[in-house]
Structure formats: structure tokens, C-alpha cells
Design a binder for this molecule. Sequence first.
Ligand code: SAH
Length: 436
Amino acid sequence: MKAVNKKYIIICYSTSEMLNADRAIKSKGIHTDLVPTPSEYGTICSTSIAIAAEDRQLVENTLAENNLDFKEIHPYESRKLSGLIERLKSNITTQTFKDIMNKIQEGLDITKDEITYLLKTESKSEIDGIFTAADQMRKEVVGDVVEIRGAIEFSNYCKKSCNYCGIRKGCTVPGRYRMEEEEIMEGVHQLHGWGIKTVILQSGEDDYYSTETLVNLIKRIKDETKMMITLSIGERPFADYEILREAGANNFLLKIETTNKDIFNFIHPDDDFDERVRCSEWLRQLGYVNGSGNMIGLPGQTPEDIAKDILYFKDMAIHMIGIGPFIPAKGTPFESYPQGSVEMTLRVVAVTRLVCKNVFLPATTALASIDPDGQTKALQAGANTIMLISTPSKYRSNYQIYSNKNMIDLKSAFKAVEESGRKLPKYLKITSEEVL
Ligand code: SAH
């Protein structure tokens, strides 16, 4: 069993070379998985190709035949969780649960049915066991430090009418706003002053910000702060994503929201599921650190659908996965739909950690908005990232993508980190005493 599972990982010089290599290997009928490059191998290309050990020679020959160069090849151990079964002794009541936890202990992939089982079990001791396992995985794979990032929601104009979203086109908001470069830069400098390393620029789908405008902004942020930049601006053509990447954008957050096509189409009157997936593939191809995520509690969504979402994140080699409960937003077609559950959202965070392992999992604002302890609970369920909202206060009430959106500031972030017994990053230049 163990020998069958042995893998190698191929690290390439660039994302485009990685994708060419992957295509050539697959064309020989050899199975590959795209996986986030383990941090010990540097950050040249954030996605690597995992292959079975027995295919190694054939793969190397194939790459040589096609004149495809690669940087390194290493043995790839899928993360094991030693001692898990022992630790969960009192949680294990069924053979199915034991078999699944055993696979996780041994670093074997679990199936869609097994993921569904974990999402569905009603046994209190098994649910506790899932959280214990996820917390151990989080600790071993990404450690105790909580990554802190800052988001600036720079425009609430949107040309789309997503049925759930409180800033959809045609929705009455207290006011529409757009921040100009100077104002955005003030927010960026504040985050930079606190030592924060990544700024997330989020907005509705607003063509007022041309590629050129965004390029100027990205270049300025890089020149003045060298911060990492995450864009969360929705769907754009390939050429735009390419120009923005070349200008210096590092990460992109474009959530799939659900992989159930029928639900996707029902909640997105202007969007096409395949097009959204294509956007995500483009982002990967361009070498963005690729962010996705879903909402929990969408109309008609089942645990099977969510299991499929989790496998999609894994298969797409997604590095940042934002998992939040659906929250009804006033004035939208979904305003009287039931809210997603905190418990289910936390469980999805935990199972995603167990399946996707080496990824950024934020303790989302949506979770904090419906449960005052939501972020602490998420950090204890496998999450390792907090995104501060750094939108100027005068605009915040206008960026209510859902009703009663909570404010995540340094104070609440410090509180969640402390309550969950975790560590603040060393790069922070501001302490909790200075904030309180
Ligand atoms: N326009 C950008 C940014 C969207 S807002 C884009 O299309 O990518 C960021 C996220 O907020 C969305 O991906 C969605 O998951 C979440 N969101 C929006 N409305 C929500 C609601 N009513 N409940 C929960 N999450 C919501």
C-alpha cells in the first residue's frame, strides 16, 4: 500500500513551463496532480507537478524528448498525521470513521464519499474528532502563526446582479463610492506601517478601473511598499489578468462559490459556470497564487455538493480558500433565504484543511459577522489567516455585501489570535497594547 502511494514532485522554472510539462506528461496517459509547492523548495513556481514514483523514469524521458526543462525533482511525501488514530481513540465509534482517519494518518487521499461522510456525520464525538484532526494538520503543515492581511474594498459599483450580493447592480445601497489612487494608497501605507505584507484590493466588477488604472496602482504599491498584492475584482479577460500579473499582482481571489452548476447558474444570472472555471485556470496559468472558495448554506446545496467543492479546490491546486456562510443581504432576491450555519461552515473549514493541507484558510469576515467568536472558532478548526478590513470608515457601511457585516480590525484579530492560543506574525510592527 505504501509503495503505491510514493510520489515525486517536479518543480519548474515558471508556471508556463510547469503547465507545458504537465500537458506533455498527461498526453502519455500518466496521471499527475498539481499541488502547491512545499515552502522548503522556494517560491519560483507556486504550483508543482506530483507524479507516482513508478512513473518517474517515463516522465523524465517524456520531458527530455519534448525539450522541456525543469528545475528540481524531489520525493514527495503526502503529509501524514502520525499518532492520529491514537489521539482520536475516544472519538472513534464507527469503522467508516476509523478507516477515513486511518487514511488521513497515512497520508492517503480520501474520496468524495468519505468527505461527504465527514460533512454529514451527526455523531458528536466524530465531529470533535474532525476538528482535532484538522487542528493537528494545521499545526504540522502551516504552524501556529496566523497570517494577517489587509483588505481595501475600493469600489462598491458592480455591473453584475448576483442574487445573494448586497452590492449587486440595482440594489439600493446607502451610496455608491469609488476610491481614487491617492486614497487607496493611504490605506496601503497604513497597513505597510503596521508591518503587514499583503494587501487585498477588492471591489465589485467595476470597469471604471481600467487595466491601465490598476497597473498604475499596482506599480505604485510595489514602488512605495514592496507589499504583496491580492486582487479580488471579479472576471476579466485573459489579457487583463496577464497585464495585471506582469505589473506585479501576486495573488488573485475569485471564488467559485459552488461547483454545483445548477446552483451556480441560479445564483448568478449574469455568469456562466464554465467561464468562471476558465478564469481560474487562466489565473493559475499566469502564475498567480490562486484563491477560490465557496459559500455554505446556498439554496439547494447538499453535503455532496460541498464535498465536490473541496475536491475542486484540491484538483485546481488552489492555495487560498475562503469558506464563508451565506448571509442574506437586504434588498437582494435572496434577502429572506435562510442563513448558512456556523457549525457547518466550521466543519467545511476543517475538512478542507484535512484534504487540501498546505493552503491558506482565512477565518472569514462572514463567519465573524454571524458569530462573535466565529474567527476564534475558525482558527481552532484549521484556519490560519485573518483579513483585516481596511476600507476607510466613511465607506464601510456602503460595502455590505451581506447585512450586518462585521468589522475586522487589528483589535478583533489580536483577540481571535489570543483566544485561540496562536501566535502573531513576527513581521507585525504594532502590538496589542498599542491597539487597545
Ligand atoms: N466582485 C468580486 C468580489 C466579490 S465579494 C468577485 O466577483 O470576485 C467577495 C466574496 O463575498 C464573494 O466571493 C462571496 O463569496 C462573498 N459574498 C458576497 N455576498 C455574500 C453573501 N450574501 N453571503 C456570504 N458571502 C457573500
